[in-house]
Design a protein around this ligand. Sequence first.
Ligand code: GTQ
Length: 341
Amino acid sequence: MDALGRLEDLPQDYRDALSAQNLVPLWPSLRALLPPHRPAAQTRATLWRYQGLRPLLLRAGELTPIERAERRVLVLANPGHGLEKMQASPAIYLGMQLLLPGEWAPAHRHTPNAVRMVVEGTGAHTTVDGQKLPMERGDLILTPTGLWHEHGHDGTEPVVWLDVLDLPVVVYLEASYHVNGSRQPQRAPAPALGGGLRPMRFFERAAHPYPLLRYPWREARAALEALAADAERECVQLAYLNPETGADALQILGFSALMLRPGQMLALPARSPAAVFHVIEGNADVHVDGQADFVLGEADTCCAPGYTAVRLANRSATRPAFLFVADESPLHRKLGLYEER
Ligand code: GTQ
């Protein structure tokens, strides 16, 4: 088949006439828009080492008071997209946020959804929709779209957490905005949910579309260890779900916790969504097919583009490894684009 015509093949007066009427010929760009067999990804397999970013984040604590930052965050940006885009993948934004003892990150709400994965320190808390949620290492805390949230810190050491937002896709949709608010009145904590039981009153359905906002690591870790006791089970992984609906915890990005047994290797199929891996405990090797071999230590974070096979390995012979995984699969499934190869 003949190669498609190029822009340069067209006479300049014709190109100028098109531009003057905001028209563009398709054929010179057709192959770039619709490449053969697999997408052309800008997302590059990228590793962000905690030991590298931590001193810079603490220095931000000295350089910029919280009042001048609102959220003191260093963004984990993917160079394939350009650092200024501040995105890890097409739909995932990652940031490491620092809150120092006594600091207060004031209330706001915004259209993008956020989650926090607590990396280090104790004594901080996030108040989401009036519920004060303690932040302990490894906890996953949801800040769904539109809910008020503010962060405080009653402890004595710096607290750091990983923010995961669907910001890039919300920005792309020109739907990203925020509203500032004042300190939220605190409501009683949400009733405990467990074993499929929830307190109720006759004639009243829970109105809250997000009934569970905090997933304590203590519970997730114990559940992973219980799953791992079944030696037949190859993939020891738990999805963070909405306990009332059984759907993904949030609408756009998906979240899970994964355990690698000592010495375990786990081959993940190439899937259309991009994914992020963050080590909660232990060490993990992450091989991104044809792109990268990363060795992740505790609190390290990496991303892998979509349509790419990934191999995870725990080289420790004695210690399990625990990973937090964020991916774009809810979005891909809703759009009918989800694929496994
Ligand atoms: O903590 O509310 O990393 O609004 C980016 C935007 C964190 C937050 C981020 C935010 C927040």
